[in-house]
Design a protein around this ligand. Structure first.
Ligand code: MG
Length: 227
């Protein structure tokens, strides 16, 4: 564990689900119900462990484990469609406590900021500008629509670095999920874990996080001491 950010920091890349919005419980229940509808059973912890994986990759993983075959294109499409419908029907995800304070501190520190998410949930993506006016530039965001490979592949975070025009050594990532942390570390970026879900801290540290906090408020409160 580190107790300081790297020197020469220029930019922060935020994950979205479980960091900016308290949307993980909605994602998890939607996945559990989707798999159930297709005769497959997954525990909630599976969905938390696999957070950040693309819809298709999640479906293929469960098919490989439980059906011993690949899902067809029709199956993956039908399941991801159902998952998105179930997600859209859930009560809207609240803004994560402490995130507004943290955004203000990032701005005051003079750092550039963007969001790197595996999500293609237009409902949440469209809400960003309404909820946090002026905080993010649309053309700097990296979403499911920008990448071929989801987390844990480094591609999303490498795209983020490219859009921000900074090197891996000049950025940090704020993540809540093991695969997101793996993706950021594989991109060579210093990674701050915020454990906002039910997984043990050790899972996030084992994924490669350099720092760990238990809430966005805790990170925000300690922000100045990390430089
Ligand atoms: Mg997340």
């Amino acid at each position: 564990m580190k107790n300081k950010f790297p020197d020469g920091l220029k930019a922060v890349m935020f994950d979205m689900d479980g960091v900016i919005y308290d949307s993980m419980p909605n994602h998890v229940i939607s996945w559990v119900e989707t798999f159930n509808a297709f005769g497959l059973v997954i525990p909630e912890s599976w969905a938390y462990m696999q957070e950040g994986r693309t819809g298709e990759s999640s479906v293929q993983m469960v098919f490989a484990e439980q059906r011993d075959r690949k899902a067809t294109k029709e199956e993956t499409e039908a399941m991801y469609k159902l998952k998105c419908e179930l997600f859209a029907s859930r009560p809207k995800a609240e803004i994560m406590p402490g995130i507004r304070d943290l955004f203000a501190k990032v701005k005051n520190s003079g750092l550039a900021a963007t969001i790197v998410t595996g999500s293609g949930q237009r409902t949440l993506l469209n809400k960003l500008n309404t909820d946090f006016p002026g905080m993010f530039q649309k053309e700097l965001l990296v979403t499911a629509f920008d990448v071929k490979h989801g987390k844990p592949n480094p591609e999303p975070y490498l795209k983020g670095l490219g859009k921000l025009n900074v090197s891996a050594a000049e950025a940090i990532v704020i993540e809540n999920a093991p695969l997101g942390i793996q993706a950021a570390c594989a991109a060579g970026v210093f990674t701050v874990a915020v454990n906002t879900g039910p997984l043990p801290d050790q899972v996030l540290l084992d994924a490669g996080a350099s720092m760990l906090f238990h809430s966005l408020s805790e990170l925000s409160d300690k922000w100045e001491s990390l430089f």
